[in-house]
Design a protein around this ligand. Sequence first.
Ligand code: MLT
Length: 404
Amino acid sequence: MVTVNRNYLKLQGSYLFSNIAGKVNAYQEVNPENKIIRLGIGDVTQPLAPSIIEALHKAVEEMAHAETFHGYAPDLGYEFLRNTIAENDYRERGCEIMPDEIFISDGAKSDSGNIQEIFGTDNKVAVCDPVYPVYVDTNVMAGRSGEYNTSRENFDGMIYMPCREENGFLPEFPKEIPDLIYLCFPNNPTGSAITKEQLQRWVDYANKNGSVIIYDAAYEAYISRKEVPHSIYECKGAQTCAIELRSFSKNAGFTGVRLGFTVVPKALERDGVSLHSLWARRHGTKFNGAPYIVQRAGEAVYSPQGKAELKDQIAYYMRNAGVIREGLKAAGYSVSGGVDAPYIWMKTPQSMSSWEFFDYLLEKANVVGTPGSGFGAQGEGYFRLTAFGTYENTLEAIDRIGKL
Ligand code: MLT
């Protein structure tokens, strides 16, 4: 008799952003004339930068001729891209990461969901609360949790590190020592950032206790303050305790193009085994490489022209972040984030629950955001807005919210 992976049955409802899309579509169907402004999912709105488009066209043209055609990409990614990443994202920041420690993928969502596969199912997992749901759900699917606890509104057997206003939305060391620690900075969803000194403490903690940090740095391009590190490898000793996930979605608008990478240093070993060799084995077996044309587009992100264009694109989104932050403050809301991150985290007014505020904003202002409780129990009473809309829509959304 066929049995199913019953761990999936522990999951609650559907994936957060699918759930929101369903609700918004249902509202739009009944109210087709209303102009809805979507500041919910962190999806970009600006077109790809000209240098990236140029690289795509050139690569497509290469695919049209036998002499320059490319079939399967190398398992771990093309050397031209891995060399460029090692140089620009790491060596230039003083991090000794070698090209063969970089694994090119189709994006950080897949990597953040897949990375847990190389660890035993008996590992104890710690996550921030609120948290990007993929880290939790994929560990639940793999069997690293107990049942969903309806009174605590989270899963038994997982370690949750509350990130609230009281602790500046930063996790504290948990009472029980975890094996795997997921950290995301600049943070999704709270928009908080961690300084190098604060992150160094986590690196020291992980090395001392034999834990592994899975560090999601998808939003590093939005960092504005000098004391905030762009990579965990800026901290001493991170190569023996940390895996880093990076994305081209947020820094270069690749949400619909798909490209990312994971860094697994060769010095990182646990249980007497090199995690680099396990991830290489997994990647080689289950993944056939990001498309050549997309990897060429990724390379263009690091060209002088690409860098200049993307600096402007990030400034565009961060201007939106300022509009949201300051507009909401002026309207009397309590807000944080939006300084080193494209997310603004606000408290819901008049003790509304996160989902009550979602409905209220959708119906009264036709603005879509993301309910904080969708990211975890500690997100209840909070709400997330993204800076990835167009400038005009962002202005209009904040104007509508201000008038409520
Ligand atoms: C978000 O809105 O949290 C992100 O866009 C989701 C993602 O990057 O997968």
